[in-house]
Design a protein around this ligand. Structure first.
Ligand SMILES: Cc1ncc(COP(=O)(O)O)c(C=O)c1O
Ligand SMILES: [Zn+2]
Length: 405
């Protein structure tokens, strides 16, 4: 067995590897504890190379024991040398992982594929989540494939595209009055009442979070088993940044790589993690969320404290671009690399730009930025910031007049 226990991230108390997520001793969150001797004996670079073109090529590092994965093809997305964007920002070795091309168009497919597989392994009767939108779409699709009903709690006012995506797969979508944090509180109550339902980011959270480690494995594999100097990660709850860090640490444990990666975060202005890193203070929840970047709008980030610790420990930083800067980030990436990302990707690019301008990233550093979602989902939020179409009659003279402007 790969998974030995669940372990409290704060006091270290261990629990059996069931659908648990908080420590009864200190209320800290739990994480998966693995048998590293077992993993090191089983995993090899050659085996990975021959594996499927999805996150499941790294199955030896994932917390699933003996059930076939619910695999829509998440992960192993494009790894791109971003020459044009690099030139624009003054970076010689800028790479992107483009998760806007995942099966449901965001990185959430990585975590959901693992969590729904775990729900199957536990023999659960239904799955659910609280979501800012991307998770809703991903969970509804994976639940359909797994033949499980899905209960999805979203805050009122998220983008229509994201709701449609959840509904089309047959999920029960519950729009809760309030913010993501209100939806999450309600979903937690429902999870407590129904222990045989797997709420992927609540009672399955320790397993779910592990799916994002695959972004670290892909990064190293594409760099011929070298680590980058720095990475830039978008943050909402902070889980993604923590998982990518753990992924790099896993690779060191099995002697695939050595060295340290500087972990940087990017979060919309006003949100707690970037605020805490910038001020040097604690991660203090905020109630009012003013940003239009709905996918990153979490006021009470579950992994905020841990994300901040990792950023500081590795010598990284967090940037907090404004909404306008993030829209400019979306446009810059589209114009230079032909990738249409959602606003979370705009936050990442705008954060990267600031880090370079501040001299925190060196011109020759090998940098990887994670593009985590697709722009078609949030088109309505940026349409008013784009040039309008050119409207003419179907006459050659009119076209010629237009291009002579
Ligand atoms: C597109 C996108 N990127 C990044 C994140 C950040 O995720 P985390 O909550 O793990 O920090 C999210 C979260 O919903 C997201 O939807
Ligand atoms: Zn504890």
């Amino acid at each position: 067995m790969k998974v030995i226990a669940l372990k409290c991230k704060i006091c270290g108390k261990e629990f059996p590897p069931k659908a648990l997520y908080t420590c009864d001793n200190c209320f800290g969150p739990l994480e998966v504890k693995y048998d590293w001797e077992f993993i090191a004996e089983n995993v090899s670079k050659e085996k990975i190379k021959k594996g499927p073109l999805s996150i499941w090529r790294y199955a030896d590092f994932l917390p699933i024991e003996n059930v076939d994965p619910i695999d829509l093809g998440a992960g192993y997305t494009r790894f791109i040398k971003a020459e044009n964007l690099g030139k624009e920002l003054g970076l010689k070795n800028l790479y992107l992982i483009d998760d806007s091309t995942n099966p449901t168009y965001s990185f959430k497919d990585r975590v959901v594929s693992v969590a729904v597989t775990k729900a199957k392994e536990f023999g659960m009767k239904a799955v659910g989540c609280a979501s800012t939108g991307n998770l809703a779409g991903s969970l509804s699709a994976h639940a359909a494939k797994a033949n499980l009903p899905a209960y999805i709690f979203v805050p009122r006012g998220i983008e229509k595209g994201k709701i449609i995506q959840a509904l089309v797969h047959g999920a029960n979508v519950i729009e809760v009055e309030g913010t993501y944090d209100d939806a999450n509180r309600l979903a937690t109550e429902v999870a407590e009442e129904n222990p045989d339902w797997g709420f992927v980011n609540i009672n399955l959270r320790p397993y779910y979070a592990e799916g994002s480690k695959t972004l670290a494995y892909e990064t190293a594999e594409h760099l011929n088993w070298e680590l980058p100097d720095q990475v830039v990660v978008p943050m909402a709850s902070g889980a993604l940044l923590c998982a990518i860090y753990r992924g790099f640490e896993d690779l060191k444990r099995v002697d695939f790589v050595d060295g340290e990666v500087i972990m940087n975060g990017a979060q919309p202005a006003g949100l707690p993690i970037a605020k805490a890193v910038k001020s040097g203070g604690d991660v203090i929840p905020v109630r009012e969320l003013k940003t239009i970047v709905h996918s990153l709008a979490i006021g009470n980030p579950a992994d905020g404290m841990f994300a901040k610790e990792i950023i500081e420990k590795t010598g990284g930083y967090a940037e907090d671009p404004s909404d306008v800067e993030s829209i400019e980030g979306v446009k810059l990436l589209a114009r230079t690399e032909g990738i249409f990302t959602e606003l979370a990707g705009g936050v990442t690019i705008a954060g990267l730009k600031r880090l370079v301008e501040e001299g925190r990233i060196d011109k020759s550093d090998v940098v990887v930025a994670y593009i985590t979602g697709n722009g078609l989902k949030t088109g309505e939020s940026i349409v008013s910031y784009l040039e309008d179409t050119i409207k003419i009659k179907a006459k050659l003279e009119e076209f010629e007049e237009v291009i002579s402007w």
